[in-house]
Each structure stands twice: as structure tokens, then as C-alpha cells.
Design a protein around this ligand. Structure first.
Ligand SMILES: N[C@@H](CCC(=O)N[C@@H](CS)C(=O)NCC(=O)O)C(=O)O
Length: 209
């Protein structure tokens, strides 16, 4: 059985939505890097970065990186429609997933743990790193909105992996509020993804509608 290491309102919620669309059984293990318990130790043994989502496959192998997990599930379970069937559209979806991982998920790690990037800095310097990273995060989402069209969803007729990851990662650090003024159509798309019947049943367990 699949085993998903994750926690509430984290990136693992995107993988939970995807696993449900794949209609595969999975067990969720609640774990987070700052916890000091058996689950966190088990997570670290599987993923030395001790980050979620971490997915253990039925054959025991380990997948980390939300985008890679979503791509793997989409390719393994085409009926889930996580990835477009058309090769050109699928290529753009994969590009979008990697864009989010590189340009939008990574800044969250800097904002959450500035000391990892600026050790021994005074508080004012750390705050400058946080606010500069946050502005860059919003800029990167605005550039995403400009480059990835919704027809009517990013994945086509229905929300796919790209929609799911975008919906989850924009939940943090006031990104939705920033998009409401910077890219209102994108903000409206994100709200539609949240409420879509393919997404809402699982995502609303993390962020009630
Ligand atoms: N590169 C990873 C980032 C995963 C990540 O940063 N996860 C967060 C939760 S949303 C985490 O586990 N943070 C704890 C930590 O970094 O110590 C991915 O794309 O999946």
C-alpha cells in the first residue's frame, strides 16, 4: 500500500487529492520535521531532508518532491486525468509543476526557515530576507498566471495535477490575497479549483471552504 508522510495544510495535501483521484488505497502518516516522535524519525529515515510530502510506494521505494510525485501518479494512473493526454499539453503541465516547485515552493522554505539560509544574522536582516522572498514569491506567481492559461482549468476541462499544486501552494503566506489584487482572474481560478468536486472533498479537510 502507498504510505504518505504528511501533515495538515502542508504540501502533502496535494498528494492526498491526487491519490484519491487515482483511486488507490493509501495510509497517511502524520509527520513534520520539527516534531520529535517516531513518525518524524521514520520520515527522516526515508527522506534525509525530513520534508513532506514523502511517499513510500507499494514496492518500498521512496518518492519525494511534490511535483515528481504528482507526475509519477499522473503517468502511472492515466484514468485519474492528473496529466493531460495530449503530449504538448502534458509537456506544459510538467513545465508548470516544475515551475511551481522551483519558483514558488522553494521560497516558502526560505520564509519558514530563514535561519537555514542566513545563520547568525540579526533579526532585522532575517526580516528583510523574509519580506524580500515574499515579494519574489508573489512576483513568481504573477508570472505563472501570465504564462499558464486556464481552459477553463490549467489541466484543461477539469482540474489536474497543476491545478491541485497551484491551489495548495497559494494557500500560504497570503499569496491568495496578493493575487486578488495582482491577478484577479488567477485568484478566481484558484477559488474554482478549491470548490471543484474533484478537489474539494479532500482539500476542504485541510482548509475548510
Ligand atoms: N522540495 C520539496 C519541498 C517540501 C517542503 O518544503 N515541505 C514542507 C512542508 S509544506 C516541509 O516539510 N517543511 C519542513 C522542513 O523543511 O523542515 C517539494 O517540492 O516537495
Amino acid at each position: 500500500m502507498y504510505q504518505l508522510f504528511g501533515c495538515r495544510q502542508s504540501g502533502s495535501s496535494a498528494v492526498e487529492v491526487a491519490l484519491c483521484l487515482c483511486e488507490v488505497a493509501y495510509q497517511r502518516v502524520d509527520a513534520y520535521s520539527t516534531q520529535d516522535n517516531d513518525a518524524a524519525k521514520e520520515l527522516e529515515a526515508l527522506n534525509p531532508l525530513k520534508q513532506v510530502p514523502t511517499l513510500q510506494l507499494p514496492d518500498g521505494s521512496v518518492l519525494t518532491e511534490a511535483a515528481a510525485i504528482l507526475i509519477h501518479l499522473g503517468l502511472t494512473f492515466p484514468a485519474s486525468k492528473l496529466l493531460p493526454q495530449d503530449p504538448a499539453q502534458r509537456a506544459q503541465a510538467i513545465r508548470g509543476l516544475v515551475y511551481i516547485a522551483a519558483n514558488c515552493y522553494t521560497p516558502i522554505g526560505i520564509i519558514d526557515f530563514p535561519e537555514r539560509w542566513l545563520d547568525e544574522a540579526d533579526e532585522a536582516t532575517r526580516q528583510r530576507l523574509i519580506s524580500g522572498t515574499q515579494q519574489r514569491l508573489y512576483r513568481n506567481w504573477a508570472r505563472f498566471a501570465d504564462q499558464f492559461p486556464a481552459r477553463p482549468f490549467l489541466g484543461g476541462d477539469e482540474p489536474g495535477a497543476l491545478d491541485i499544486l497551484a491551489a495548495v501552494i497559494t494557500k500560504w503566506r497570503n499569496t491568495r490575497e496578493a493575487m486578488l489584487s495582482a491577478r484577479p482572474a488567477f485568484h478566481e481560478l484558484l477559488e474554482r479549483i478549491d470548490h471543484h468536486p474533484r478537489v474539494a472533498p479532500v482539500l476542504s479537510l485541510h482548509w475548510p471552504l
